[in-house]
Write a new protein. Structure first.
Length: 363
C-alpha cells in the first residue's frame, strides 16, 4: 500500500499552470512538490502538495552546519509514450553515499522512487516537447534538528521539486585553469554532492567569468599539477585517438554522465583511459596536436565541447578540433535517453503507471 498522500489541491493547482514561451534551465518550476519527513526514528507518510515556501527552524542544522545533499536527474518524454527516467537508481546510490558522508539518514528506495515517480507523472503534461528538452528533477535532503551545538541532525526532510527545462548547451566553452584556489581534497567532501562543494567553486567561477571565460578548470590541491574537474562537470580529452579522463580519487564527483560516456565510448570501440592527467601535458598536447579535442560532461549539458583552455596568466590554448567526437557522443547518449535508439545498457526506465493521476484516482 502506498505510503503517501496526494493533496486535494494538487490537480486544481496544476490546472491553472501553463509553460511560458521561454523556459531556460532550472528557471520554471512545476507548482507541486513532494515531501517526506524523518522524525522519531521513522519515516513519516509522504505528501504531494502545491509548491510553496517551507517552514524551517532558524536553528536547523542545515542552516548552520550545512547538513544537506542533493541530486539532479532528468525525465524525458518523446512521442505518445509515458515519460522515462535515465539511470535513476544510480542517482539514489550516489545520494545515499553523499548522505553517509554528511552523517545523514539513508533514503529508502521506495520513498525516493515515489518522489520522482509522482513528480514526473503529475508533471507529464508540462514536459516540453523537442529533443534535448526535459523535466529536470531535483531531489534533496536537509537536516532539520533545532540545535546550535556542533553535531549531527536526527530529523530530516526529503523533498523533490521539478523544472521543465529547454536544451542546455554551453556552446564551445572557454575555460581557465585555477592555479590558486582549491575546491576540495581527498578525504574531504569532494565526492559528495553537497552544497558546500559548489559554494567553494563560486568565487573562482565569478573571477574567470569576469575575464571572459565560462568555467574554472580545477587542479589537485596537493601539487596543483593534475586535472580534476570543471565546476560541476567532468573532463575528457581525446589524445592520440584515445579518450582520457581523470581517474576518480575521492576529491571530485563520480558523474553519472561521466560513467555513461565511458561506457558508450567503449561500446563504440574507443579506448578509454582513466588516469592522473598533468595539466602541462594537456597544454603541450594542444600545441603539438596530440590532444585534438576536449569536452566536459554533466547532467544538465550532457556533453559540452571546449574550444579554449587559458592558463592563469591569460595565455590561450586553442583546441584543434571542436565538437566532433563530443557531438557524436552527445547525440548518441541523448538518443538513448529519449528512447530514439536501442538502449544496449538498459539505462532507461519508464515511469510506473501506479504514479499516474488517473491510476491513483481509480485506486
Amino acid at each position: 500500500m502506498a505510503n503517501y498522500h496526494i493533496s486535494s489541491d494538487v490537480l486544481p493547482t496544476l490546472a491553472e499552470f501553463s509553460l511560458p514561451d521561454e523556459l531556460g534551465f532550472g528557471e520554471v518550476k512545476v507548482p507541486i512538490m513532494y515531501r517526506a519527513d524523518y522524525a522519531d526514528g521513522v519515516w513519516q507518510p509522504a505528501e504531494l502538495t502545491p509548491y510553496g515556501n517551507i517552514e524551517i527552524d532558524p536553528a536547523a542544522k542545515v542552516l548552520h552546519y550545512a547538513q544537506e545533499v542533493f541530486e539532479g536527474l532528468k525525465a524525458y518524454k518523446v512521442g505518445d509514450g509515458r515519460a522515462n527516467f535515465f539511470r535513476p537508481l544510480e542517482n539514489l546510490k550516489r545520494m545515499n553515499m553523499s548522505s553517509a558522508r554528511m552523517c545523514m539518514i539513508e533514503i529508502p528506495a521506495d520513498i525516493y522512487m515515489d518522489g520522482i515517480g509522482l513528480m514526473t507523472a503529475y508533471s507529464e503534461p508540462f514536459i516540453p516537447n523537442g529533443s534535448g528538452k526535459s523535466l529536470y528533477l531535483r531531489p534533496f535532503l536537509i537536516g532539520t534538528r533545532s540545535n546550535l551545538g556542533m553535531g549531527v541532525s536526527d530529523t530530516f526532510t526529503f523533498m523533490v521539486i521539478a523544472s521543465p527545462s529547454a536544451i542546455y548547451h554551453a556552446g564551445h566553452m572557454k575555460i581557465q585553469i585555477e592555479r590558486e584556489a582549491c575546491r576540495a581534497a581527498r578525504g574531504g567532501t569532494g565526492a559528495a554532492k553537497t552544497g558546500g562543494n559548489y559554494a567553494a567553486s563560486l568565487q573562482s567561477a565569478q573571477n574567470v567569468q569576469r575575464r571572459g571565460y565560462d568555467q574554472s578548470l580545477w587542479l589537485d590541491p596537493i601539487e596543483m599539477k593534475y586535472i580534476e574537474e570543471l565546476s560541476g562537470m567532468n573532463f575528457f580529452i581525446l589524445q592520440n585517438g584515445e579518450l582520457h579522463t581523470p581517474k576518480l580519487n575521492g576529491s571530485f564527483l563520480a558523474g553519472i554522465t561521466r560513467d555513461s560516456i565511458i561506457s558508450l565510448a567503449r561500446h563504440k570501440g574507443i579506448t578509454v583511459v582513466e588516469r592522473d592527467i598533468p595539466i602541462q601535458e594537456v597544454l603541450t598536447g594542444i600545441q603539438s596536436g596530440a590532444v585534438s579535442e576536449i569536452f566536459a560532461c554533466g547532467t544538465a549539458a550532457i556533453v559540452s565541447p571546449v574550444s579554449v583552455i587559458a592558463d592563469a596568466d591569460g595565455t590561450n590554448y586553442a583546441v584543434n578540433k571542436v565538437d566532433e567526437l563530443a557531438a557524436t557522443l552527445r547525440q548518441s547518449l541523448l538518443a538513448i535517453q529519449e528512447q530514439r535508439e536501442v538502449d544496449p545498457f538498459s539505462w532507461t526506465q519508464e515511469v510506473a503507471e501506479q504514479y499516474s493521476p488517473a491510476y491513483i484516482e481509480q485506486s
